[in-house]
Design a protein around this ligand. Structure first.
Ligand code: ATP
Length: 246
């Protein structure tokens, strides 16, 4: 579903991604884990066709992000922390509007809103103006908006940040509902407990470099550490020691 090959991205002389390659399949919740500045958002922006890679390729369901950006945009849904809801519209109006942009008819939009209401519990947001939403309500509508066209790949970039326990739980359960489906979720975060709970496999990025791609269990086994946070520290430390000239 997702194929990334030798992807690099530089901003001026700064290299934000270095020769990153991995693939992820439908049915997976695939984590992208890394500390601040690791390059997670840069990678996701390349996939979302918002940034051009400096070299290498990325493709979604066989469609290259550079050669077929419009096709790729229809295949993905992105939640990246920006809310950007129209205050004067209700949740239903916002979702209908975005459904229209993706070419859904009103009947298709309403059917899809019903499905999303059942899985995301949009109750209370559909008939109220966005200006009156709590942060959790906003985030639910943002997520519903990102998947209104039932994209093949759902990209979540720090989507749980700022959410309270209830809203975070709803988000994680929604992500878990994608497991084993015909869709892929790319879940980017630096919160290890979220990765441990929802991700099947994880790519660990650090300073633009891919340190490992493995299952959570595999990362624990190969590091000999009891939890992902310790495994992550061990990996980053080992990489730093390698990088120090003797
Ligand atoms: N437009 C830009 N111009 C220059 N440098 C940039 C630009 N965007 C990002 N960077 C740098 O690239 C590196 C990777 O940034 P990126 O936002 O991809 O990391 P991240 O892993 O998403 O971090 P965070 O967890 O803090 O969001 C950082 O050092 C950042 O300062």
């Amino acid at each position: 579903m997702l194929q990334i090959e030798h992807l690099s991205k530089t901003y001026g002389s700064f290299q934000a991604l270095r020769d990153v390659s991995f693939s992820a399949q439908a049915g997976e919740v695939f984590g992208l884990l890394g500390p601040n500045g690791a390059g997670k958002t840069t990678l996701l922006r390349v996939l979302a066709t918002l940034l051009r890679p400096s070299s290498g390729t990325a493709s979604v369901a066989g469609h290259d992000v550079q050669r077929e950006p419009e096709r790729v945009r229809r295949l993905i849904g992105v939640v990246n922390g920006g809310m950007g809801l129209y205050d004067r519209l209700t949740g239903r109006e916002i979702l209908r509007y975005f459904a229209g942009l993706y070419g859904l008819t009103r009947a298709q939009a309403d059917a899809r809103i019903e499905v999303l209401d059942a899985s995301l519990d949009l109750e209370g947001t559909l008939d109220r103006r966005a200006a009156t939403f709590s942060t959790g309500m906003k985030q639910k509508v943002v997520i519903a908006r990102a998947v209104i066209h039932d994209p093949a790949v759902l990209v979540l970039d720090e989507a749980a940040s700022g959410l309270d326990v209830m809203a975070r739980r709803a988000l994680l359960d929604f992500v878990l509902s994608y497991r084993g489906s015909e869709r892929l979720v790319l879940y980017s975060t630096h919160v290890m407990s979220e990765v441990e709970e929802v991700c099947d496999r994880v790519a660990v990025l650090e300073r633009g470099e891919l340190l490992a791609v493995d299952t959570v269990g595999g990362l624990l086994r190969r590091s000999g550490q009891p939890n992902l946070e310790r495994a992550f520290f061990a990996m980053v430390q080992a990489r730093a020691e390698q990088a120090v000239p003797a």
